[in-house]
Design a binder for this molecule. Sequence first.
Ligand code: FE2
Length: 254
Amino acid sequence: MKILFVGDIVSRPGRRVLEKHLKSLQKKHDIDFTIVNAENAAHGKGLTPKIFNQIIGFGADVITLGNHAYAKEEIFEIINDEKIVRPINLTTSKMGKGYRLFKVLDKTILVGNVCGEAFMHNVDPDPFIASLEFVNAKADIKIMDLHGEATAEKVAYMHYFKNDFTAILGTHTHVQTADEDIFNGCAYISDVGMSGPYESVIGRDIDEVISRFVGNEQTYYTVSKNEAVLCAVVIEIDEKTNRASKIERIQIRP
Ligand code: FE2
C-alpha cells in the first residue's frame, strides 16, 4: 500500500502546481490513496466548496485542514462531506469530523487531523489528550496530520504515539524538514512543507511581509503570485503488519 500526502496547498499557485503534478506523481509512485492538506487553498486561508471540488477533481481522496479550517464561511456547506477531515481540537467549531475511515484495497485507513498547541490559538484540548480518541478507534492503518508550529511538540507527539499510528505527518509551517524517518513502524516528518509560491514568505508576498517586520505596517498578508513548489511525502505500508516501511520526501521546485 502506498499513500501520497501533499503539504498545505496555498491559494491559486498551490492549486496550479497540484494540478500540474498530482496525476504523474500518483502514476510514478503507484499510489493507492492520496491525502491533501488544503487549509490554505482559498486565498491563503481556508477552503470553499468550489476549491474543494477542484482539488478532489485533481485526484485527492481526502482533504485535511488546520487552524484556518473555518476562515471561509462557505466551509460549513461542505464540512460534513465524507472527504473532509478538520482538526479534532479547535474550539471554534465542532461541526464536521476530526477523523474519518476510508476503505482502500482490502484495508481500512483512518485519517485524522489535530492541531498543535504551541503558538496556536483556539486549541483545546492539547493534541496529546485530543488524539486518545484516535488511538481507540478501530482501523488497520492510522494516518495523523499533525498541524503545528513547534518542532519540539511535533517530535514529542511522534514518540508518544509512534506505536499507535502508522504515520504522523507535520503540516502548517510551510517549510519542509529533512527529518523524515520510520520510528517503530511509524512514518514521521516534522513538516511536509507547502505546495505554494516558492519565492515568498511561507506563501505570502515578500515585500508586504517585510514591510510588516521592518516598518511595522498593517498588512493583509497577500498571497504571492510567484510560481509554486510542490511538497509531499510518499509512505509505503507493509501489507502484513500494517506498519510503515518507508517514507520518501518529495519537493518539486519551479
Ligand atoms: Fe496552518
